[in-house]
Design a protein around this ligand. Structure first.
Ligand SMILES: Cc1cc2nc3c(=O)[nH]c(=O)nc-3n(C[C@H](O)[C@H](O)[C@H](O)COP(=O)(O)O)c2cc1C
Length: 416
């Protein structure tokens, strides 16, 4: 019986353990989590979502406070187009986050940054360009382009001295999206170095509509493999979404995948950025506590725990401090949803907004408990303690369980 460790991911001249820990924003996939993956010979991700807010918390910078101070005058205005990110600050914050991570890296693995196109930041191309280039300047090993089609992303960095050195990959959920992307990059003579195929059981935003149940990762992975073979392209395919055991992973490797990308099982590790009490919510979740909903202003469905504080909240839009989801015209769907509730209840001090959520505010506060479909199985991966809580796992334990387990088994931790 094969185990995941019988395979290797070849990226350029590097051979890696074929386990990639996916990017999980906002700072859920922390520097510490990425470092473990790299130390063990795999690939870890940090996330570039809301990096200025993240460096404020980790490294005592004050980008959020300064931005709020500058734009406070606009708080009651629905038009947020004046609320622009200072690109020098954005560059500085990204460089701090990436370089503080890379300088601690040990082992033969790699560390990538997950970059979401849907963080349009009131200036989609301008801010994306700064984020990508600053990460490359600061020594990142690779970039995973996610949440959006990223048709212009390569051209934003094509003149960067590390354009051919940094591993560049794209996350897609269909052959159609991949084909569009490849057609665009063919003109630049630069193929992606890897393709993550993310199915409908993943955490975070989904690349599917509310009909996500009609799709499955195996089928899409096979379609992508066939498409690449037909085009005679040899680009490693990395399957993601609902791969819960080492044996699940092996089944993708046997069909021709180059590696797997996993996230959910690492949400209950010491190194994951979620607060301790939220990790316990993940452990304790049952299947019917998990839903896919449309409360994200990005327009993509998102999977999360139903009891999370981001649902049925009604905070005033926080765009002057954050504003990561403002489109090129300074608009976010949460502003409309909030205003419509305020109009309906003119005498109420507080409103509850059900259709959308202020994702910036709630992700920053770890109030949006986004999770993978199999979160309800996490309780089977650890030990229940006398007080009803579950024993936290180490990322190394989970990584090695993926790497060495067979027969769909899950190794339990040593009792503490
Ligand atoms: C808590 C959480 C947050 C996530 N956030 C992001 C994100 O910010 N960007 C992204 O591209 N994918 C995100 N994902 C998806 C993961 O990177 C990964 O591809 C996926 O969850 C793998 O499936 P699994 O969780 O079933 O192992 C997130 C997943 C989880 C569980």
């Amino acid at each position: 019986m094969k185990k995941l460790d019988d395979f290797r991911l070849k990226l350029g001249n590097k051979e890696l353990v074929p386990i990639m820990i996916g990017g999980m924003g906002v700072d859920i996939s922390t520097t510490q989590l990425a470092l473990v993956a790299a130390k063990l010979g795999g690939i870890g991700h940090i996330s570039d979502a809301m990096v200025p807010a993240v460096t404020d918390r980790l490294y005592k910078t004050h980008y959020v406070k300064d931005k709020l101070k500058k734009y406070k005058f606009n708080a009651d205005n629905d038009d947020k187009s004046v609320v622009q990110f200072n690109l020098d600050n954005l560059e500085e914050a990204t460089k701090i986050h990436v370089s503080k991570t890379m300088e601690q890296k040990q082992g033969d693995g790699m560390i990538f940054i997950n970059c979401m196109e849907k963080l349009t930041m009131n200036n989609p191309l301008g801010t994306l360009k700064v984020r990508l280039r600053a990460a490359m300047d600061a020594g990142i090993d690779g970039i995973s382009l996610s949440a959006g089609l990223h048709l212009s992303s390569f051209s934003l960095i094509q003149d960067h001295p590390r354009f051919n050195e940094v591993k560049l990959g794209i996350i897609v959920s269909s052959v159609r999206a991949l084909n569009l992307f490849l057609r665009k990059t063919a003109r630049l003579n630069r193929q992606p170095d890897f393709i993550v195929v993310e199915g409908p059981l993943a955490g975070g935003h989904l690349g599917f509509g509310m009909d996500w149940k009609e799709f499955d990762l195996m089928t899409i992975t096979q379609e992508v493999l066939d498409f690449l073979a037909e085009k005679e392209l040899s680009i490693p395919v990395i399957a993601a979404g609902g791969i819960f055991t080492g044996s699940d992973a092996v089944s993708y490797m046997e069909m021709g995948a180059g590696a797997v990308q996993v996230g959910t099982r690492f949400t209950v590790t010491d190194e994951c950025g979620l607060p301790e009490k939220v990790k316990q919510e993940y452990f304790k979740a049952d299947e019917d506590d998990i839903e896919v909903n449309q409360i994200s202003p990005t327009g993509y469905p998102m999977r999360m725990l139903k009891q999370c504080p981001a649902l049925h909240s009604g905070v005033a839009p926080n765009c002057e401090a954050f504003g990561y989801l403002l489109d090129a015209k300074g608009h976010c769907d949460y502003i409309d949803a909030y205003n419509s509730e305020v109009e309906k209840h003119p005498n109420e001090k507080k409103v509850i907004v059900t259709g959308k959520t202020c994702l910036c505010y709630h992700m920053r506060k770890f109030n949006c408990w986004t999770c993978g479909h199999y979160t309800y199985k996490l309780k089977d991966t650890s030990l229940k303690m006398a007080n009803g809580d579950y024993q936290m796992l180490s990322a190394e334990h989970v990584f090695k369980d993926y790497q060495f387990s067979t027969n769909n088994q899950i190794a339990l931790p040593q009792a503490e």
